[in-house]
Design a binder for this molecule. Sequence first.
Ligand SMILES: Nc1ncnc2c1ncn2[C@@H]1O[C@H](COP(=O)(O)OP(=O)(O)OP(=O)(O)O)[C@@H](O)[C@H]1O
Ligand SMILES: [Mg+2]
Length: 354
Amino acid sequence: MSFQTTPIRGRAIRSAPSGPDLAARLRCRVAGQDEAVETIVPYVELFEAGLSPEGRPVGVFLLLGPTGTGKTRTVEALAEALHGSERNVLRVDCGEFQLEHEVAKLIGAPPGYLGHRETHPMISQHKLNAVASERSSLSVILFDEIEKAAPSMVRLLLGVLDKASLKLGDNTAVNFERSLIFMTSNLGAREMEAEFGRRYGLAGLIHDPACPGRLDAIGASAVRRRFSPEFVNRIDRMITYRPLARPDIERILDLQLAALERHISTRLGPAAFRLRLTGEAREFLIDRGVSPRYGARELKRVIHRHIIQPLARLVLDKTVEPGAVVRLEPLSCGSGLRLVVEELVEGEDERLAA
Ligand SMILES: Nc1ncnc2c1ncn2[C@@H]1O[C@H](COP(=O)(O)OP(=O)(O)OP(=O)(O)O)[C@@H](O)[C@H]1O
Ligand SMILES: [Mg+2]
């Protein structure tokens, strides 16, 4: 059988509200997880084209893989790309719903029950709509650490994933037809580490061509052991995050340093200054902030302790002039970073900005 395609003339092609470069913008914010980006973006495009299925959420994703590799960051980055702020995510921490009776916190107690008026459901149509924006009516919802959810919560979720609907305690319903649903889990992460980590260290396994397929298989089988087939069948895509490779780690450091400079400039305005890290200072931060076992989870804390806190002291002591450059280099004892205030030489500002 052959199909003929007829070009449609004269019809304006609507540009997507998220912009044609959504994938590129996500790749800029999330290092080394291109498969995740390429899997998620088509679902957003389907929604923006008005073609996502009726009576279902726009997409249901389960993000798996080692800790600190960008699962939660991806969801925040998508919210930022769609709505302009990483805070436009309705986040449900499933660790708070480990006991059967805690589900009332999620949907609110039925009328007549003790405390009905005081229990505001964690999920409501209003909250779901509030994380959409004028730029896009697509809401992003995140169920973090889904493996910790009590069985009654998983049963409730079945209806959400299948029918895009959740009945609340007060008998009203929440509609998820304009939602992208993300669930994250560390299921299988320990087995992934046991299988590959002992041999190469998690970071080394990226060079093993069998790695991606094998990690996917470990993740999928851990999920199948933990959840019912009904639940697993309602997931559109399971995405296994890769351990971070060295270039990804470098990019994550650059992203966090750029965010820090933006923060300094927003907070201090004309009194802001620039940062310049020596190669050794970068190594110092990476050594302490990134590990095969915890991914890049610690990096923010390390930057906080070794850069932001000492910078605050410089600002309070008024030892840094507006527009100056603060050079960071490791102390010779290796216990921290030395901050050296330098004068800005001519042309330096443009070079740093680049
Ligand atoms: N691939 C990545 N790209 C950009 N930043 C990253 C990436 N991986 C980790 N980070 C940084 O590390 C922090 C922790 O990552 P994130 O919260 O996404 O981990 P996770 O995969 O959700 O881990 P967990 O399974 O423990 O929840 C992020 O806030 C981000 O700053
Ligand atoms: Mg996470």
